[in-house]
Design a protein around this ligand. Structure first.
Ligand code: SF4
Length: 99
């Protein structure tokens, strides 16, 4: 019985995460289509040294892949983390453009 409860709890979490991801994608797409200013986070791979500070500070916004930082879709919700990572990047490799 306990196993079934855990399974249902995990399933609810997974469903909630999926719905949230779809909702975020919808918001970004709708804003872009309506011409609103939406910022896109970028990493200049030629400047990135792969130190991983951005991933540690803003795990919702960055992942290290092939020894370089890659911005993650949907991380814009975590603005505090994003700004902190932007400020701490030693090579100023993080920058923003309009979507
Ligand atoms: S903090 Fe800057 S240099 Fe370090 S991995 Fe992130 S983007 Fe690259």
């Amino acid at each position: 019985m306990e196993t079934l409860k855990n399974f249902l709890k995990k399933s609810r979490k997974a469903i909630f995460s999926s719905v949230l991801a779809i909702f975020l994608a919808f918001i970004v797409t709708t804003a872009a289509a309506s011409g609103d200013d939406v910022l896109r986070v970028n990493v200049d791979r030629s400047e990135c040294c792969g130190c991983g500070l951005c991933e540690v500070i803003a795990p919702h916004n960055f992942a290290i892949i092939d020894e370089k930082a890659v911005p993650l879709l949907g991380g814009i919700l975590y603005m505090d983390e994003l700004i902190e990572a932007y400020e701490i990047c030693p090579n100023m490799a993080i920058y923003f453009t309009e979507f």
